[in-house]
Write a protein that binds this ligand. Sequence first.
Ligand code: NAI
Ligand code: MG
Length: 350
Amino acid sequence: TDHRIALIPGDGIGVDVVEAGWSVLQAAARRFGFGLQGDTFPWSCDHYLRHGAMMPADGIDRLRPYAAIYLGAVGWPAKVPDSVSLHGLLLPIRKSFDLYVNARPHRLLPGVQGPLRAEGFDILCIRENTEGEYSGAGGRVHVGTPDEVAVETSVFTRRGVERILRYAFAQARRRSGRLASVTKSNAQKHSMVFWDEVTEAVAADFPDVAVTRYHVDAIAARFVTDPASLDVVVASNLFGDILTDIGAAIQGGLGFAASANLNPAGGVPSMFEPVHGSAPDIAGTGRANPLAAIWSGALMLDHLGETEAAAATVAAMERVVARGAVATPDRGGTATTAAVAEAVAAEIAG
Ligand code: NAI
Ligand code: MG
């Protein structure tokens, strides 16, 4: 089979890590005998400065036919305000293709020293990506007066909550059979009680999955004190946002944090991207750690059904990291972005 991928390098180190990651994915395609064709879309803050938009008006329609989108990072605050760059590219893609699952693997690669002792730490966070606390509903009245009030309303729909839970239960079934559902139903008596009810209803269809409910504060503490006790974690948009930053920190930082923005129903491209941003402070220096982008690429291969190639890519990454020799400066080494990618690609080639 042939997979057609839309490449959006974006800004800053996004460009470096997509180039690096793509070379690794090409090595996996050669080794496992499938085609991986990429078309590059130079949509970025520079595109905005030249054309007055982060992407063309028909940008979404041009992405639609692709099997997946592989994205670097978007944003360069000195050129374009973040609110403009985010709302001009990333958010329209997530929204137009209804990428309602944000999945992030958190795990310590062998030999990586994180801030905690976290043996056996291997968490898959499933964050709701389209509604909840980030729905944008609300407003302000009596602005600037002593009577001012700001309201930010969370919106949870049955369709939205049920589909994210179904996806999470299915992932738990694929892994350990354990699912942690994150709420705050003691304090938030409407939305989170609703979330708990839907969890219970969906659980009836997954009798083989053991679901445990945690309040978000308690599970945040558990991430730090006993991360190995957790496996698949499902959470709302805000709670998932916070927990995945904790997960990324435990796994050794942004250089390792990978993500998938998925529409499991298919028919539209899902999007795969490292969690980090464009890192203007190191852009163009060859210091960017490409492992987060490579790992995100492996998630993309898995999504495309190339499960062997995906597993081999992760295994190759693990072997290179375990040897420790080829490491970017954030890991205490002196290797370049490209050198790390070459080492992983060589490992895949065998
Ligand atoms: P950032 O993630 O770009 O950088 C934070 C710090 O981590 C910097 O010191 C950077 O050098 C370091 N860092 C990040 N990724 C690294 C890597 N792969 N290897 C080595 N060091 C790495 O976050 P920041 O500075 O807050 O944002 C910069 C721009 O990126 C902003 O415009 C922001 O909006 C955008 N951004 C975009 C995201 C996306 O495209 N999904 C996500 C986060 C930020
Ligand atoms: Mg975040």
